[in-house]
Design a protein around this ligand. Structure first.
Ligand SMILES: Nc1ncnc2c1ncn2[C@@H]1O[C@H](COP(=O)(O)OP(=O)(O)O)[C@@H](O)[C@H]1O
Ligand SMILES: [Mg+2]
Length: 506
């Protein structure tokens, strides 16, 4: 069987980085070929080369056995390659149809056949089970559906090879299931898919073949039935990885955070948090489990000073911090890993070193008598870069140059390395690879063991189950139950998360 796509010996340097090192990769018609690797392994670089965005230093690309040269995405689209990027490129105020028409060559002569395009979008959507309304505005649809719009956009341009770069990173478990269903539908109709991820369970569930990359090189290609999670993890990381968190039973002491009957409105002015009370004690991890959209972000924003609450009280170590801004809460002893890292966690234009001391630069040893101590910052930054395995050639690169996963590690490194009494960790490992997850989980447990109170919010039930000592289930803005982690099961939690046995008045 010929390969629809094949690359041979692709090499690509960036300043100080060998991003792709003699990479060979092929794709058969109608298959899902997963490309698995840690952050910084070189996956996106290889895909950007296939999409004509980067020119390789050397190497060849073949389409149906014929050599091709891709100088721009236009060339890639012309031979049937479509790519859905990690960050979507849709315009929120435009409708689905308008977004799909954007930049389309066939509209060049000034005739905007909106109706024709809309009909075609509907037809494609139905053919592949995508369930998209061509006339809605992109800002009004959930992330999972926006992603389908990106997929339809490539199909509209007659893509027969689809590159999905970390498509599941932004999705809920339910949306992942929908995406997998759509991917199977696409391949059954002859589309070939390159599926990029760093999640082991996903490649085992969906891929026909799995190619693992590490540090710019291909480590090997396997099929799901000849491998398993530990084996794939070892291929990715280059050593054995402990996939389960090891921890002693918690020894909680005094209450650090106390939340009393808190009510918080969301962006649209609707009550998202509807009378929540709980406490977190020193030396324990309280996990908040819940399906997305049940008030978790509003709760966390209110606790961290990013959103005003309507009523209720928040006490941090005896201090009333209700509706205080972030700075005084941080000074009392809170650290926060925010969900939206680019908006609330980093100043992207700053060097990595500056982001690592963003909350502490004015305190000794970094600021002494209003003078910034560059040497102390340099040493500290280098230590965190090593400890947290932040992949960068220098502490002084703008943080915006890092991959998403490495940006996340900058925040996590900063927030887990300060001396604090309360850690609020919101999706702390989202978008990270197994090696980094293992390290960050260990750090969170070690903070707990040092007497920090940890509030963990995560969409990954596995993460909550393995880290938390107690689990509060949030449903429709309320905490419907608090369970001991070692006395509950995933299915019990899942049922409570779906509101089973709960009567909540709207
Ligand atoms: N435009 C760029 N300029 C400089 N370095 C880059 C650029 N794009 C990627 N890199 C570097 O190349 C390496 C591979 O990155 P990438 O292909 O994004 O990895 P992955 O997608 O597997 O996480 C990383 O070290 C990254 O920092
Ligand atoms: Mg990438």
């Amino acid at each position: 069987m010929t390969n629809v796509l094949e690359v041979k010996g692709i090499t690509k340097h960036f300043p100080g980085v060998l991003a792709n090192d003699h990479v060979d990769f092929d794709l058969k018609k109608g298959e899902i070929h997963a490309l698995l690797g840690e952050n910084g392994a070189g996956k996106t670089t290889l895909m950007n080369i296939l999409y004509g965005l980067y020119k390789p230093d050397s190497g060849e690309i073949f389409k149906n056995g014929e050599p091709v040269v891709l100088n721009s995405p236009k060339d890639a689209i012309a031979i049937g390659i479509g790519m859905v990027h990690q960050h979507f490129m849709l315009i929120p105020v435009f409708t689905v149809t308008e977004n799909i028409m954007l930049g389309d060559e066939s509209i060049k002569n000034g005739v905007l056949d909106r109706r024709g395009v809309s009909a075609k979008v509907l037809e494609l959507s139905q053919k592949y089970g995508l369930e998209i309304d061509p006339e809605v505005h992109v800002e009004d649809i959930p992330v999972g559906v926006q992603q389908r719009v990106e997929i339809v956009k490539t199909l509209y341009r007659r893509a027969e090879i689809l590159i999905l770069d970390e498509p599941t990173a932004v999705l809920t478990p339910q949306e992942v299931d929908d995406l997998f269903r759509i991917m199977r539908e696409l391949t059954s109709q002859g589309v070939s898919i390159i599926f990029i991820t760093h999640k082991l369970k996903e490649v085992l569930a969906i891929a026909d073949r799995i190619t693992v990359m590490r540090a710019g090189q291909v480590v090997g290609t396997v099929t799901p039935n000849e491998t398993d999670e530990p084996h794939l993890a070892a291929m990715m990381v280059g050593r054995e990885v402990i996939l389960n968190v090891e921890k002693e039973p918690a020894k909680p002491t005094e209450e650090i955070l106390t939340v009393n009957d808190l009510h918080v409105l969301d962006q649209r002015g609707l009550e998202a948090v509807r009378g929540v009370s709980f406490s977190v004690r020193a030396g324990e991890i309280l996990g908040i489990a819940g399906v997305q959209g049940n008030g978790q972000p509003e709760l966390v924003e209110s606790l961290t000073g990013l959103r005003q609450s309507m009523s209720g009280h928040v006490t941090l170590m005896g201090n009333d911090v209700t509706n205080r801004p972030p700075r005084p809460i941080i000074e009392i002893g809170m650290s926060h890993i925010p969900e939206d890292r680019q908006r609330h966690g980093l100043v992207l234009s700053y060097p990595i070193a500056d982001n690592l001391v963003l909350c502490t630069y004015y305190l000794p040893p970094f600021g002494v008598k209003f003078v910034i101590q560059n040497k102390a910052i340099d040493e500290y930054a280098r230590k965190l870069i090593t400890d947290f395995d932040i992949r960068t050639p220098s502490p002084y690169m703008p943080t915006s140059n890092l991959s998403g996963g490495n940006q996340q590690k900058v925040i996590v490194a900063r927030e887990l390395s300060r001396s604090v009494r309360l850690l609020i960790a919101n999706q702390p490992t989202r978008g990270l690879d197994v090696g980094s997850i293992e390290y960050i989980h260990k750090q969170i447990v070690s903070m707990r063991d040092k007497g920090v109170a940890v509030l963990l919010i995560s969409a990954e039930l596995d993460e909550i189950m393995s880290l938390a000592d107690r689990i509060a289930v949030m449903y429709q803005g309320k905490i419907v139950d608090v369970l001991d982690a070692d006395k509950t099961t995933k299915s019990e939690l899942g049922l409570k998360m779906a509101g089973a046995g709960v009567s909540v008045t709207p």
